[in-house]
Unconditional design. Structure first.
Lengths: 165, 165
DNA sequence: GAATTTACGTCAGCCTTGTTGACATTCCAA
DNA sequence: TTGGAATGTCAACAAGGCTGACGTAAATTC
């Protein structure tokens, strides 16, 4: 009755199972962004600002072009967001010492404060989900997500992982 | 060395682990939407059209207000998308028989054709990820995602699950 | 040393997709 | 009959993507 290959059930690969996974991703991503979005809607920023702040926090001193790659947006789009964050004193931009064409990005204390607020909210939901599901589920969660990424993004993700380990 | 509670390791709840999960969600969601987006960019539609088509396919005869709730958008926003899909002959809207105020939505053959194209692409990636990660990982994946949803969305998700089981 | 390429900033315009507010219609229900 | 619910639609606006073009400074290459 159950399809098998090498003794392993393949029931989890039915279209029905895949569809459930697709819908789970859709609804879960909504939850994933809900809490930071709520905070940001109060102040003048949006999800794009959150992403920039997150990755500058994550990789202090990163360059503009590196951030463009990570976020997958054009420089014009990124610049609009970065411009407001710099003007508002949340991000500091420093001309590169070894290569003067590059701009290195850092969070100011004010920027760090907002980052903490946002990531606290997002981590709280993540923590609750992790706790509810348990460590084994979390390992599987990460495995599937990683397998779902485009290869280039998987590389970017793994470089970030190492850096923060 | 390892924190323990009830004999179970809590290492998976460190801020570092949570941050990795957050970044995994971000990069994976990009991959998740990449293939349908590529198809849609060719024709005249966007991600919003995909979502509408998906859930109309999923729940044939669903009403407009139900779709609004599922998608989490306003009726004006939904109507704009629905309008083009109806005008282009991908979705059919039928006045309710028992309650004449309601409009029930269905995919036309043309709509079903596009739905199949889009979901084939999305399922292909999902299938590859599932296969790479294995059945145990998939179970964990689904558990964590479900725990991450807002309660209302979890209900919506579970109603869909039952219907399709 | 001159020419080219790279990294970045910026202006302008366009598109999608979300929002709010207002108003009309139709129909169910008390 | 009257209020509320479900829907459609018009208008205006905002966020955040995009492309294209142009400018500047700095590095690299010839």
């Amino acid at each position: 009755m159950v399809e098998r290959a090498g003794g392993e059930s393949l029931l989890f690969l039915t279209d029905e199972q895949l569809r459930k996974g697709i819908e789970a991703m859709f609804f879960a991503y909504r939850g994933f962004t809900a809490d930071p979005d709520r905070i940001l809607s109060g102040i003048d920023y949006g999800r794009a600002h959150h992403r920039a702040i997150h990755f500058v926090h994550r990789s202090p001193g990163t360059t503009v072009s590196n951030l463009m790659t990570i976020l997958g947006v054009t420089k014009q789009s990124l610049n609009r967001v970065l411009r407001t964050l710099i003007d508002d004193g949340l991000i500091r931009s420093e001309k590169g010492l070894v290569d003067g064409r590059e701009r290195h990005l850092f969070l100011t204390p004010k920027g760090q404060e907002l980052e903490r607020q946002l990531s606290d909210a997002q981590r709280a939901r993540m923590r609750a989900a992790y706790r509810a599901a348990g460590p084994a589920a979390v390992a599987g969660f990460r495995q599937v997500l990683e397998a779902m990424m485009d290869p280039e993004m998987r590389n970017a993700y793994n470089r970030l992982k190492e850096g923060g380990a």
